[in-house]
Design a protein around this ligand. Structure first.
Ligand code: DC
Length: 234
């Protein structure tokens, strides 16, 4: 797969390049689905959640309070991150696993609620729209960042299904977890993402709603590809 994410520095973005937006709540499976769709189509991938996680981690490492909007936005505007061979680096430190911890995930939903932080990340995200196409995964990809995307997906799953998936993922990585705590954290994070004033999580107008509670990742990927092909090969 080719990743537009290989560097945080990207160049001009012609607008006739197809974009598939995949938005949805935490642990809905959209990361997996977005990666597989991008791989199948040979498209670039924007994992916008990773950017918010990197900002949160940078704030924690630099002892900047998560509610210090000006301080965190300044970090976001000059985030020294790099993406290479599926690894994520912050100031040359490999933080691929660190940004996936629950602690950083929770912190990221706080910094993501700050309008100045969101604004600081807009241009960086737009520049991922590079040929031959982009799959953009996040919360506001279809509503705010790529409102003209031809294919918009809103992918969701019940809190129970998502907590189960997150639990299994953490176990596979050897990270201990408590399913009840995970379920509560997911519900809290959903509430923060949905209720914030700045770019709240909601389906974009015209988005295809895909509930993955009872389908496999392969089935979800096939449905997204079907939407894309219906749009581009009419
Ligand atoms: O998808 P994720 O769990 O890696 O996202 C981490 C946090 O960032 C999550 O709380 C929601 C937030 N986020 C956002 O507000 N907007 C995006 N486009 C992507 C993620």
């Amino acid at each position: 797969m080719s990743f537009a994410f290989q560097s945080c520095i990207n160049y001009g973005a012609p607008l006739d390049i197809p974009v598939i937006t995949i938005d949805g709540p935490t642990a809905s499976g959209k990361g997996t689905v977005a990666q597989r769709v991008a791989k199948t189509l040979g498209f670039h991938l924007l994992d916008s959640g990773a950017l918010y996680r990197l900002v949160a981690l940078a704030a924690m490492q630099n002892h900047i309070p998560l509610e210090d909007e000006v301080g965190v936005a300044a970090l976001a505007a000059n985030l020294p991150c790099r993406f290479s061979n599926m690894r994520v680096f912050l100031s040359n430190e490999d933080v691929t696993n660190l940004i996936r911890t629950e602690e950083v995930g929770n912190a990221s939903s706080h910094v993501a609620a700050l309008p100045a932080v969101r604004k600081a990340l807009v241009d960086r995200q737009l520049r991922f729209q590079q040929p031959p196409g982009l799959v953009a995964d996040g919360r506001d990809m279809g509503t705010v960042i790529f409102p003209d995307a031809a294919v918009k997906i809103f992918l969701t799953a019940s809190v129970d299904a998502r907590a189960d998936r997150r639990y299994k993922q953490l176990m596979e990585k050897g990270i201990s977890a408590n399913i009840d705590v995970l379920r509560r954290d997911l519900a809290d994070r959903d509430a923060r993402d949905e209720q914030r004033a700045a770019s709240p999580l909601k389906p974009a107008e015209g988005a295809f709603l895909l509930d993955t509670s009872n389908i496999t990742a392969d089935e979800a990927v096939a449905l997204v590809l079907q939407q894309y092909r219906a749009q581009y090969h009419k």
